[in-house]
Design a protein around this ligand. Sequence first.
Ligand code: ADE
Length: 232
Amino acid sequence: MLKINIISIFPEYLKPLELSLLGKAQEKGLIEINIHDLRKHTDDVHHSVDDTPYGGGAGMVMSPQPWGLAIDEVSESSEHFDLIVLTPAGKKFDQKMAKNFASKNNLIFACGRYEGIDARVSQYYASKSNFTVHEVSIGDYVLGGGEVATMVIVEATARLIPGVLGNPDSLKEESHTLTNKDGSLVEYPSYTKPANWRGLDVPAILLSGNHGEIEKWRIKEAERRTQALTEE
Ligand code: ADE
C-alpha cells in the first residue's frame, strides 16, 4: 500500500484529497494519506516557520528546524522514503515521474511557501541511506506554495495504482501513455452519442465498425494533435 504524508502550514488547503477518486481509494485501503501541520514543530510563541535569507534579498526562507522535526516524525521506521520537495526550481513533473512515484511505498511531500525551504533540508535527507529526495516543479510558473502542486502529483500518481480506477482499461489509451517512435502522444479526440450534434457529425470512420481502420485513424489524430501542440 502506498503511504503518503504531506507536510504544510495550510493543512486545510489539502482537504480536496478526501474527495472523489482519492477519497474512495483511501476507503478501499489502496492508499493512505496523512496531512501534517508544520507549525506543530515550532516552539516559539508566534509559531514562526520562516526567517530572512542569508546573503540578503527579498522575501523569507523556511527554516530547516521545523522541517527536520516534521520529516523525522513521519519517517521513524527504517523503511525507504521518497521525499518530494515542491519548488518551481525542481525537475518538471510528467507521466513518467507519476509512474515512478506510483511504484513506491512511502511518499513524503514537503510543501514550501515563501522563497522556499532552506536548501540544507534536501541536502540532509539526500545524504540518508533510506531516503531519495526529488525536487519537483509542476510547470514553469510560480504558485503561492507547494500545496496545489502536491495535489496535482498525488492525483496523477494515485490513479495509476491498481484498483484505484474503476476501469483499468482507461489507463491504456490515454494521453502520454500512447507512444510512437518520436515519444509520448496526447490522446486522440473522443465522441459519444448523438451522432449529429448542432449540425456536427461524428467522424464516419468511428461508426464503421472497422477496428483496424479506427485504430489507424486514432493514432493519426493523436499524432496530429501532438504535432499541433509543438507548433503553437
Ligand atoms: N511552488 C511554487 N511554484 C511551484 C511550481 N510551479 N511547482 C511546484 N511547487 C511550486
